[in-house]
Each structure stands twice: as C-alpha cells, then as structure tokens.
Ligand binder design. Structure first.
Ligand code: NAP
Length: 271
C-alpha cells in the first residue's frame, strides 16, 4: 500500500514462509486470483511471492513466486520490499522463528507496508496430560535428566547443540534433514517430514521404549498426534514455551482469515 493509502494496480504480497500455514495462504491466494481455480473470486490481479530461509534441502514449494535465503536483516528486507514493489507483508514464519518476526515488524515500519502475522495457536494442556514447561532449549536440557532417560526429541535439528553435553540419556531425534554436530553422544536420527498419524506415533513411542517427549509449543495439527500418543502411554512431555513476538502486529490463525485480512487491506480492490 502506498503512503496515501491506495494500492497500485498490481498489488504484491510477500509471505515470509517455512510453515504449512504459509503454503496454505499461497494456495488460497493462487486459487482466488483471476484465472485461479476458484473462478476468479478476486476481481483484480495480484502477485504473491513466498520467501523461504533455505534451511531445508528440498522444500515443498508453494504456488506463486518463491525466493530463497535471508534478506540481510530488517533493512535488507525493507530494501527488497521497495525493489519488488511489495504492497502487503505476511509474517507466516514458524512461531519459534523469533528473529524473522521482529525483522518483519521493523521492515514494515521502515517501508510503510501493512503487516499481518499468520500464526497458528499453541497447544493446550488437556485432561491426562503430564506436561512440564521450559523457557528455551537450554532450560529444557537442564530439566530433562529428571524426567526420563529415553528421549523423543522433536525440537528440530537446529538447537541440538543445547543437548550435546547430556551423555546419559538416549535420544531419538526426528528431523527433515540430518542434524549437524555437536549432538548428544547417544543418538538415533529419524529423517521424516510431517504430518504424522496417531498410529505411527504410538508405534514409534512403543518401539523405542520412549519415556519422555520433548517438543516446542509449535501448535497445529500436523505434529499434534505425538501429544495424544504420549498422553495415552502416560509419558511426560517437556514443552518449550514460545518466544516473544513483536507488539502491535495484527494476527490471524488461519490462511482463510489472512486472505480476508489482505482483501480488507485493499488486495483485491482496484484503485
Ligand atoms: P529466525 O531465527 O527467526 O531467522 C534467522 C534468519 O533467517 C533471519 O534473520 C533471516 O535472515 C532468515 N530467515 C528466517 N525466515 C526467513 C524467511 N521466511 N525468508 C527469508 N529469510 C528468512 O528463523 P529460524 O528459527 O532459523 O527459522 C528459519 C525458517 O525455518 C523460518 O522461515 C521458519 O518459518 C522455518 N521454521 C522454523 C522452525 C523453528 O522451530 N524455528 C520450525 C519450522 C520451520 P536475514 O536477517 O538475513 O533476512
């Protein structure tokens, strides 16, 4: 959107992605665009670009344009927004991608484009759950030895170094790509990409005689069955709490609500 509140003839949405929700938003917008599969629900053309950090070797690419790699901080992102005439910015990064959410807020300020956060809600404790909480991976590593000795660690491959000094517990680590050193000495790596079924998770916990699960509070349905399987098996779950988010950024929980917000901010209105 420009300084006078009007939207140029071809608006351009930049989605900061790396999540199921980001991909879903790109799909919703692609389907609603003129020529899209939903019979041109939106009246005017617009461009959509999804940005990925480049952490995953073979990412599942969304429809629309894509770009891969960091921007060089908030100023770099603001420069990219100006150079590519971005009119709307959506921070649909993972709830634990703390730095990028703050970069997005600052870049939106610098460029004057409207910013929306598309963030799935966290998980909520239910009857029968035995959850402990940690603020960050280092605290999780400190609490872990008191909770179990056969650990299913699902916090992703990036923070494994926080657990590398733990010589006694045995770890099953599930990640999309292999982790880099340093890692805990007693470790088995399972390369897999969600979603995972409840039956798969039950079988995994039983086969590896898991007695504690460690997870980030990522939310969403794709990886929630592990929590149900842990509850059924009476296994404690160590939940890493979410990091802070920038203040004052409007937030939606679903791709459909994000698309509505974009339309309410001029995406599909001719000026
Ligand atoms: P982060 O700590 O918040 O970001 C670190 C740096 O990576 C940012 O400063 C930025 O570099 C670059 N970056 C992050 N997301 C980007 C994006 N969508 N497009 C372009 N550059 C991006 O993020 P992270 O925790 O390393 O996560 C990286 C990506 O993986 C995110 O896109 C996130 O959605 C996805 N992801 C993260 C987790 C998790 O648990 N953290 C889980 C699943 C998926 P510049 O400053 O150079 O722009």
């Amino acid at each position: 959107m420009s300084a006078d509140g009007t939207v140029p003839a071809c608006p351009h949405v930049l989605i900061l992605g790396g999540t199921t929700e980001a991909r879903r938003l790109a799909e919703v917008l692609a389907a609603a665009r003129p020529g899209g599969s939903e019979g041109s629900a939106d009246p005017v053309p617009y461009r959509v670009t999804t940005s990925l950090a480049g952490r995953v070797a073979s990412p599942v690419l969304p429809p629309g344009g894509t770009r891969i790699g960091g921007f060089g901080g908030p100023e770099g992102l603001a420069a990219w927004i100006a150079a590519h005439r971005v009119t709307h910015l959506v921070d649909a990064t993972h709830p634990f991608a703390e730095r990028m959410s703050f970069n997005a807020a600052r870049a939106a300020e610098l460029s004057g484009v409207p910013l929306l956060a598309l963030r799935r809600p966290g998980w909520t404790l239910g009857p029968g759950d035995a959850w402990a909480f940690a603020d960050g991976l280092a605290e999780a590593a400190a609490l872990l030895p008191g909770l179990g000795s056969r650990v299913f660690l699902t916090t992703g491959r990036m923070g494994l170094h926080c657990f590398a000094h733990l010589a006694d517990p045995w770890f099953l680590v599930r990640s999309v790509d292999p982790p880099d050193a340093p890692v805990p000495p007693r470790l088995e790596v399972l390369l897999a990409r969600g979603p995972f079924t409840l039956d798969d998770e039950r079988e995994l916990l039983a086969r590896h005689r898991i007695d504690v699960l460690v997870t980030k509070d990522s939310g969403g349905s794709a990886t929630a069955p592990k929590l149900t399987a842990a509850r059924e098996a009476g296994i404690p779950v160590l939940v890493v709490r979410r990091p802070p988010v920038p203040e004052g950024v409007p937030e939606t929980a679903t791709a459909a609500a994000a698309a509505d917000w974009l339309r309410g901010h001029g995406l599909a209105r001719r000026t």
